[in-house]
Write a protein that binds this ligand. Structure first.
Ligand code: SF4
Length: 260
């Protein structure tokens, strides 16, 4: 995310308060992986979730967020897309768009892939996962529904497809805020990273919002208020993106921004 801020604002100084704050999705794929996928599936457009590093974005045709992934895929008007790197977001988009999906994850496994010839595979995914959202289960939903039968369950699309299917609504954090604003339920269960849940609660302090805060992102937790203050005082850690990568990544990000 810090790199994306720099990609879009090259003239500004962008600071990241913690040197090691990462993301399991960003770590799941490299620019070399994307180049190999493009070799394997020539001409197929690459859609990349924004939770990726700049060099991966630079290999992509267009970026997407959890809120606009379906619209981005549909905008491409092609039979097939490569959708990276979130396996669950790709599966949720496949369900929403009616597309079939395959996961040629490990390069060494590719020769073994034997797609059903009767199906027209239209989304080529990757086995990246958010290490927080993958922990939510159907059982979590069932347990909360036993205690609060009238609860409305909101799940982030980085959750597994069986979890989003069981939820009453699946959407990004801002879509969840809007949903809570527009509906009047006695309780809501937020299946999203706990700090993201804080944002929804801050937007709607008058509503009863339940969370399962056993699942906190260890990477986001690296950013503390104290580190942020030090970062501003000492101007550390400055984000740099090599210009050739920045220019190519900027195209993919801008293409998304122009679309939505
Ligand atoms: S919650 Fe953490 S691991 Fe999951 S997408 Fe966000 S930063 Fe990455």
């Amino acid at each position: 995310m810090a790199e994306t801020a720099k990609i879009l604002n090259p003239e500004k100084t962008v600071l990241l308060p913690a040197e090691k704050a990462g993301c399991s999705l960003a770590e799941s794929i490299t620019a070399e992986d994307v180049r190999l996928l493009k070799e394997k599936f020539p001409g197929v457009p690459v859609v990349t979730y924004v939770n990726t590093y700049a060099d991966v974005k630079a290999e992509s045709d267009i970026c997407c967020t959890s809120g606009n992934a379906k619209a981005v895929v549909e905008s491409l008007k092609t039979d097939t897309v490569i959708f990276l790197p979130d396996e669950f977001l790709a599966s949720n988009v496949a369900r929403e768009t009616g597309k079939h999906i395959i996961f040629p994850t490990k390069m060494k496994d590719w020769p073994k892939i034997n797609p059903d010839p009767n199906l027209d595979y239209q989304i080529i995914g990757w086995h990246g996962r958010c290490e927080v959202h993958e922990l939510f289960t159907v059982e979590d939903i069932e347990n909360v529904r036993k205690q609060f039968p009238d609860v409305v369950v909101l799940a982030h699309p980085e959750c597994a497809p069986e979890v989003t299917a069981k939820a009453d609504f699946a959407g990004s954090t801002s879509a969840m805020i809007k949903y809570v604003e527009e509906h009047d339920a006695p309780h809501y269960l937020l299946l999203t990273e706990c700090s993201m849940g804080d944002n929804i609660i801050a937007a709607h302090p008058e509503k009863e919002l339940l969370r399962l805060c056993t699942h906190r992102c260890p990477h986001m937790a690296e950013i503390t208020l104290e580190d942020t203050l030090e970062s501003l005082k000492q101007l550390r850690y400055i984000i740099e993106v090599p210009e050739d990568i920045r220019l190519r990544a900027e195209k993919a990000v801008h293409r998304m921004i122009e679309l939505v």
